[in-house]
Each structure stands twice: as structure tokens, then as C-alpha cells.
Design a binder for this molecule. Structure first.
Ligand SMILES: NC(=O)c1ccc[n+]([C@@H]2O[C@H](COP(=O)([O-])OP(=O)(O)OC[C@H]3O[C@@H](n4cnc5c(N)ncnc54)[C@H](O)[C@@H]3O)[C@@H](O)[C@H]2O)c1
Length: 340
């Protein structure tokens, strides 16, 4: 039985809790025994929703031991695993604290605000002989997993171009998200999903050119568009915008063109268009990537295997790319080499 402690019961914390409860109901040998949040009201289910409607069940908060500090939770509980769903600027310090306390760690994306912090997290995991996984959930999201299979299996030959989109209304639930030093702006907080997906699908680009625009005072880049340069000439671009107001809601998707076909994801469904023959919609699970990500996380730990789908080194590599994107945006879109 894997004993889990969850730190940060906000938008993502609740999403993870719901999925752990579902996994336990499905028979996974796991139990969330403790939850921790500096804001006591969150320990009883208070707080607002985020940009994706992830709610599916009601959580019985009376079942958990409750803490308002990480230190007191680690001291009082015998945990195997800690799940960190805290604001991004806290990822490094709390992940290192938990790894030093000899527990395995799942930490939400983005891994940290810079590569130096990511390195410290990896060093702490290695020094303590504990596993660290970062919640880059697109690596587990059915539409993106489908695309990854097309790339890896060469189903339609090489990819020749790819466009990735992510947009939504301005986050309003956690004030830290709109402070550049705490959340890194839309370029770090939202766009990292697509940067990580591009990295996972196609490898590290040689260089990036990013145009960014600030709209909300103090938040960093709220709108950004990046071109990724690859040796084989593949044209890859990703666009993020979290200033879409009115009824826009949230949208993510991609269009990828291969030598012998193209595929697009519009948020609801995937459409595959082989160059020859009729297009089709593959049947994919309607479950979100969060469920498959946590399933993979707990099953891998229970089987005492390493995390191959999202190694901390590869998620750190995505932060290397974001750092190059930020440097490019700060320099009017100049091409910046990515650390290899
Ligand atoms: N994977 C995804 O799709 C996705 C979506 C949204 C957010 N995120 C990531 O999840 C993380 C959390 O984001 P969120 O939207 O849930 O934020 P949030 O503000 O809703 O929740 C954060 C919680 O942490 C608590 N907290 C803050 N400081 C604390 C401390 N020192 N000790 C204990 N608790 C503390 C807050 O009270 C709050 O309840 C961020 O890194 C964000 O980028 C991921």
C-alpha cells in the first residue's frame, strides 16, 4: 500500500485528489492519508476552480489527516509518496525538502522556474535514492499519446510541420499565477505544456525564436508565439494566449503534417487524414491525461520501476527550451540556441 501525502489543495491539488480516489476505487494499492495547505480553508474543500473543468466527484475531506505546514506533515506521517501541487516558485524548495525526508515525489509542471532549480531537484532525488516525476500531463493525454505513437512508429513517415495551440481566459484563482517571479507568465505556466510536448515528440530543437507580449502588469509574457528550429527543416510553432476573455473558455490543440498524412486535435476529437484514402477519427479515451499520469505514477512505484515516460532530466530539458524562449522574447524574437 502506497501512502500518499498531497501538498497544495488548490485547483490542481483537488484534481489529483479526485483521481487518486478513483484509482483507489478501481483497486490501486494506494491511499491518500494526509493533505497539507497553508490556507486552512482549503483543507476542507474551500477554493475556486481553474481553467479546465476537471471535477467529477465530491471529496470527503474528513478522511485525511490535515496539516498547514509541510514540516509538520513529514514529521507526523510515515509517507511513501508526496504529491506537490503548489505554486511554481515553491516547487524546488518543497521537492528537495520532501526528497531529503526520503519520500518519492510527484511535482506539478512546470518543474521549476529555471534549469538551476530543476538540477537541484534531480540532485536531491539521486542523493536520497528516491524517484522524482514531473506532471507534464500531455505525455499521458490520449490525443497527444496518439500523436506520439504516429511519430515513434513512423506511421505516416517523418513529420514535416507542426502547430500547437493553447489559449484561455486569464487565471483568476491563485493570485501568484499573475506574478512573473512566482509563476513565470503564460510562457512558463501554460505554454510549457506545448514546449514539453514538442520536446517529447521531436527532441530538443537547435534554436528558438519567440515573440512575447505582456498585457497584464507584472505577469510576464501573456501572449507568445515560438518557432522551433530543427536540423531536418521541420517547421514547428506553438502559440499561447491567456488573455482571451468573454465566453472563450479554454482550448488546446495541434495540427501536425507528415509525409504521408496529417492529424489534428481540436480539443474534442482527433482527426487523421492519410494522403491516400478517407480520413477517420480514432477512438480515444475521454479521460483526461491527469488520470493516466497518476495511474502511471503509482503503478510504476508499486512495481518498483523507474519513470521512463517523464524522466526528470527530460522535463528539465523542457525548461532549458523555455529559458531560451524567454531570452529570445526579451530580445525581440532573436534566434537563441537551446542548451543541448
Ligand atoms: N497540469 C496542469 O494542467 C496544471 C493546471 C493548472 C496548474 N498547474 C500547476 O499546478 C501548480 C499549482 O497550481 P494551482 O492552479 O493548483 O494553484 P492554486 O493557487 O489553485 O493552489 C495552490 C495551493 O497551494 C497552497 N499553498 C501555497 N503556499 C503553500 C505552502 N507554503 N504550503 C502549503 N500550501 C501552500 C495554496 O493555499 C493553494 O491552495 C502550479 O505549478 C501550476 O502551474 C498544472
Amino acid at each position: 500500500m502506497l501512502k500518499i501525502g498531497l501538498i497544495g489543495v488548490g485547483f490542481m491539488g483537488k484534481t489529483h485528489l479526485e483521481n487518486y480516489i478513483r484509482l483507489a476505487q478501481e483497486g490501486a494499492q494506494i491511499q491518500v492519508v494526509a493533505i497539507c495547505d497553508a490556507d486552512e480553508s482549503k483543507l476542507n474543500g474551500g477554493g475556486a476552480a481553474g481553467n479546465i473543468d476537471t471535477s467529477s466527484s465530491t471529496i470527503d475531506y474528513s478522511k485525511f489527516n490535515k496539516y498547514t505546514s509541510v514540516e509538520s506533515m513529514l514529521a507526523a506521517e510515515q509517507l511513501d509518496v508526496v504529491d506537490i501541487t503548489l505554486p511554481t516558485f515553491l516547487h524546488r524548495a518543497i521537492a528537495v525538502q520532501c526528497l531529503d525526508a526520503k519520500v518519492h515525489v510527484l511535482c506539478e509542471k512546470p518543474m521549476a522556474l529555471n534549469a538551476e532549480d530543476c538540477e537541484a531537484m534531480i540532485q536531491a532525488a539521486e542523493a536520497n535514492g528516491k524517484q522524482l516525476m514531473i506532471g507534464q500531463c500531455l505525455r499521458f493525454w490520449p490525443a497527444y499519446v496518439y500523436l506520439k505513437d504516429l511519430v515513434d512508429n513512423d506511421t505516416f513517415g517523418n513529420a514535416v510541420s507542426g502547430y500547437f495551440y493553447r489559449g484561455g481566459s486569464t487565471p483568476s484563482w491563485g493570485p501568484w499565477v499573475l506574478e512573473k517571479e512566482k509563476g513565470g507568465g503564460a510562457l512558463m505556466d501554460m505554454h510549457v505544456h506545448d514546449t514539453d510536448a514538442i520536446h517529447w515528440l521531436f527532441g530538443k530543437p537547435e534554436a528558438v525564436s519567440c515573440n512575447g507580449r505582456n498585457m497584464i502588469p507584472g505577469s510576464g509574457y501573456d501572449i507568445a508565439s515560438t518557432s522551433y528550429r530543427y536540423e531536418d527543416g521541420k517547421i514547428v510553432n506553438a502559440h499561447v494566449d491567456w488573455t482571451l476573455q468573454g465566453d472563450f473558455g479554454f482550448e488546446m490543440g495541434f495540427k501536425v503534417n507528415f509525409e504521408r498524412g496529417n492529424v489534428q486535435f481540436t480539443g474534442d476529437s482527433v482527426k487523421v487524414n492519410p494522403n491516400e484514402g478517407a480520413g477517420f477519427n480514432p477512438e480515444l479515451s475521454a479521460d483526461m491525461g491527469y488520470y493516466f499520469q497518476l495511474k502511471y505514477f503509482v503503478e510504476t512505484l508499486l512495481e518498483e520501476k523507474p519513470f521512463l515516460t517523464a524522466t526528470p532530466r527530460s522535463t528539465m530539458g523542457s525548461i532549458d527550451i523555455i529559458e531560451a524562449e524567454l531570452a529570445s522574447a526579451d530580445n525581440g524574437g532573436a534566434w537563441v540556441n537551446v542548451k543541448q
